[in-house]
Design a protein around this ligand. Structure first.
Ligand code: MG
Length: 332
């Protein structure tokens, strides 16, 4: 059987520290193995084929409704994370399929309008809202027929991909770092494209250490992780590159993520989501049928959060328009 050959290749070729698909802690509901694919390959495919994955195309990364076609969206961010993570995983002889699966799933729980939407839902809902926890809810409950029933390792990587998370596998550590490498670098690229910052604004000491161009900086960070982590039981940057990266990240928070004109539309986006939330809490019967079904098990507020978090930017605007903007009367 082909799957057994692939499992054997994992045992033979991967690092002793890698997560092997044959040794997975398994799924919440047992299912028959595939003849062809390993368990982690199946998880990658389940994520790639789900609706939430396709909706990432129209969700904000940093810039709300950017006019240009060259700005990142949540989908292209996810693909960049996956590519960086796979390069690192392969070089360290970790499990590339596991790394890819958790990378493709890590941001499925992101709201419309990026972190603005996340902040609003966190403030307004009594249980709070964090996109990593919601990504897990998407794959465990909301997608497919009663969830995608993923392996423990992929779910752990998705839940723990944020900076404060503690993933249990080295592949999960690769994802967490790759997410940071991707967004710091592509957000610099997009912010320069939008003329919010210029090349000269970037902290000079960081640039000297990490590189002058987008490509050089990613190359420096990725190679540093690989050379600094080979054969070790943790994946990390060296202190020099790690500190320069952290400083660059802090610069981005000050110059771009908080209070720049990239965020000018943020208040409006928050207003849209807040009004949708309040309306749906008052009228839960107007939720689409699939979300209404969650009310009796999880409560109205959770069902409303599930629906809003799943919206793309443009769908949220369309629903707002339908609910609150009077339409003009036209007669042929
Ligand atoms: Mg991400």
């Amino acid at each position: 059987m082909i799957r057994e050959v692939l499992e054997e290749l994992e045992e033979r070729n991967l690092s002793p520290l890698a997560a092997k698909s044959r040794n997975s802690k398994g799924r919440m509901r047992p299912s028959d193995p595939c003849d062809i694919r390993t368990e982690f390959q199946r998880d990658r495919d389940r994520i790639l084929h789900c609706k939430s994955f396709r909706r990432l195309k129209h969700k904000t990364q940093v810039f709300i409704s950017p006019e240009g076609d060259h700005y990142r969206t949540r989908l292209t961010h996810t693909l960049e994370v996956s590519q960086i993570a796979r390069t690192i995983a392969r070089a360290l002889r970790l499990n590339e399929d596991l790394t890819e699966a958790m990378s493709l799933g890590h941001d499925l729980g992101h709201t419309p309008f990026g972190h603005t939407g996340e902040r609003l839902l966190n403030e307004i809902s009594s249980k709070g809202f964090q996109h990593n926890k919601h990504s897990l809810r998407v794959v465990d409950v909301l997608e497919g027929n009663n969830g995608l029933n993923l392996t423990w390792e992929v779910r752990d990587g998705i839940l723990n991909h944020t900076k404060s998370g503690k993933p249990s596998t080295l592949e999960g550590q690769v994802l967490s770092l790759s997410d940071r490498i991707a967004y710091i670098n592509h957000d610099i690229d997009d912010a320069i494209r939008a003329r919010i910052i210029s090349q000269e604004d970037l902290p000079r000491d960081c640039i000297e250490i990490l590189g002058k161009t987008h490509n050089e900086r990613i190359d420096t960070m990725v190679k540093d992780i690989i050379y600094n982590s080979a054969g070790k039981d943790r994946v990390a940057m060296s202190p020099l590159i790690g500190e320069a990266t952290e400083k660059l990240r802090n610069f981005m928070f000050q110059a771009v993520y908080i209070d720049s004109f990239a965020k000018a539309e943020e208040k409006k986006a928050m207003y849209v989501l807040e009004e949708l939330f309040k309306h749906l809490i008052r009228h839960p019967d107007t939720l689409p049928k699939e979300y209404r079904a969650y009310i009796c098990q999880y409560g109205e507020e959770q069902a409303v959060c599930d629906y809003i978090a799943g919206m793309t930017d443009r769908y949220a605007l369309r629903v707002f328009h339908e609910l609150f903007i009077p339409s003009s009367w036209s007669q042929i």
